[in-house]
Design a protein around this ligand. Structure first.
Ligand code: NAD
Ligand code: LMR
Length: 444
């Protein structure tokens, strides 16, 4: 029979800087993933409105048949939806800035998803994402949620533990970005021309195999390139790449050297070279300041321009490579395609010598029943040690939130590879408790 379904999508965190890119990707992909409805939900109506007003113009001009609505009312937002794309930032950039600056003051890496900053953000994100899951189950129990709110590792660990039967899939775009670079390096059109094996935790993993569709091994060529240039492609490809990302992509050359049998995720630089990172950080101007000065300014500026002109015909908003995987994933679930993509899911044997309850990132086949994990075999000794330590940090962070435990949170901070000792961990933690008083449970 002819399949003439059209889908209703809710973007939770409608005020996100990523929203216009996702809207453009959705509009660009209507032939593969047709929409009947698009809704935005955010708990900051004023921020969301700026993006929504521009989106309304875009939709009127390009796909007027799609019903569009932006709301701060959970019932209105979550009723009659098929897919929820979740991209919230609990505490917004103001709190991200503190996640970065407090540890740096103590000589420790200050980063959105890594170390004390990542744990602090995790304790804010857990209740925010759980609330979204509960709204979805109440108002649209058959819907799927694709969550890429950070810190994805801790959020995934928490949702699997606290809502084990929910239809939430936790995903990340970092490996996607890197695989696009790999394709460019070997001269292929895009990441979908690559077949890969990968294992680890979120922002903490390794590729063990990369071939083209014909099965030709691309690892030797990639390793040769990465050992010199990291994942930096340069030229037109990297026009517009921000300075901090240039540094991160190049640093992958040094990260690679620690295990020349695999290719690493860029975020491993924080764990392997924390002193280098701190030395190259400015505690008064961190990634948040860069995002506010660059991405946030561009996105909100362009939305304002569209609204002021009353048209989006000449907009430079484009479907972006970062969001195509989100739409690909919806398509795979909607049409049961069994496309192979990475997800952050309970291990359950996928990495055979890692705790089955660990939340890991491995390739899965995606169909209408969700992800089916693929077996990646054994982690090597180096990776096994790293994964076991870092996953324990993530588990302790969730324990601390659930049990309101100061001790567990202190353990999480001090076990973290980038924190030199328990005393420094405590100093950072105590400052963070004060900074996060509106978001964290009161710790005992
Ligand atoms: P942003 O601050 O621009 O947007 C986040 C939005 O979430 C804000 O409008 C905020 O008001 C809203 N929000 C916060 N708490 C909420 C809650 N409890 N309920 C509803 N809405 C809430 O942030 P951003 O930089 O665009 O990032 C958004 C999220 O996506 C972050 O978690 C970020 O780490 C993650 N992320 C996504 C991708 C991707 O693949 N698209 C890539 C990197 C990061
Ligand atoms: C962002 O703000 O883009 C992050 O989520 C990742 C980064 O670029 O620091």
């Amino acid at each position: 029979a002819k399949d003439d379904r059209k889908f209703s999508v809710l973007i939770a965190g409608g005020g996100s800087t990523y929203t216009p890119g996702i809207v453009l990707t959705l509009l660009n992909g209507l032939d593969k993933f047709p929409l009947r409805k698009l809704k935005f939900y955010d708990n900051d109506g004023e921020r969301q409105k700026k993006i929504a007003d521009a989106t309304a113009i875009l939709i009127k001009e390009r796909a007027p048949e799609i019903e569009f609505e932006a709301t701060t009312d959970p019932k209105e937002a979550f009723t009659d939806v098929d897919f929820v794309m979740a991209q919230i930032r609990v505490g917004k950039y103001a709190m991200r800035s503190l996640d970065e600056k407090i540890p740096l003051k103590h000589g420790v890496v200050g980063q959105e998803t890594t170390g004390p900053g990542g744990i602090a953000y995790g304790l804010r994100s857990i209740p925010g994402v759980i609330e979204l899951v509960d709204y979805m189950e109440k108002y649209s129990p058959n819907a799927w949620m694709l969550n890429y709110s950070n810190p994805a590792a801790i959020v995934a660990e928490a949702t699997h533990r606290l809502r084990p039967n929910s239809k939430i899939i936790n995903i990340c775009d970092m490996p996607i970005d890197i695989m696009d670079r790999m394709a460019a390096i070997v001269g292929l059109k895009d990441r979908n021309d690559l077949v890969f094996r990968y294992y680890g935790l979120n922002h903490f993993g390794w590729w063990t195999e990369i071939t083209d569709k014909q099965g030709n091994d691309l690892m030797p060529q990639l390793k040769e390139y990465v050992s010199k240039n990291g994942y930096w492609v340069g030229g037109d490809y990297d026009k517009g790449t921000e300075a901090s990302w240039e540094s991160t992509f190049k640093k992958a050359a040094d990260v690679y050297k620690l295990d020349p049998t695999t290719l690493p995720n860029t975020y491993l630089k924080y764990y392997m070279y924390p002193s280098w990172v701190v030395k190259h950080s400015d505690p008064n101007y961190t990634r948040t300041d860069e995002v506010e000065a660059h991405r946030q300014k561009l996105v909100f500026g362009e939305c304002k321009r569209i609204v002021d002109n009353g048209t989006a015909k000449d907009t430079d908003f484009k479907p972006d490579e970062h969001s195509t995987y989100i739409v690909d994933l919806c398509t795979a679930i909607a049409y049961n395609t069994h496309q192979r993509m990475l997800a952050i899911i309970p291990n359950e044997g996928a990495i055979s010598n890692i705790d089955p309850t660990a939340t890991v990132e491995v390739p899965c086949l995606f169909g209408s029943n969700g992800p089916e994990r693929l077996s990646m075999g054994k982690a090597a000794t180096y990776q096994k040690g790293m994964i076991t330590e870092q996953n324990s940090v993530e588990k302790l962070a969730v324990d601390a939130w659930v049990e309101h435990s100061y001790t567990k949170l202190w353990q999480a901070f001090s076990l973290c590879k980038i924190v030199p000792d328990a005393g420094i961990a405590k100093d950072i933690l105590d400052e963070m408790i004060v900074a996060n008083k509106d978001f964290w449970p009161e710790l005992k």
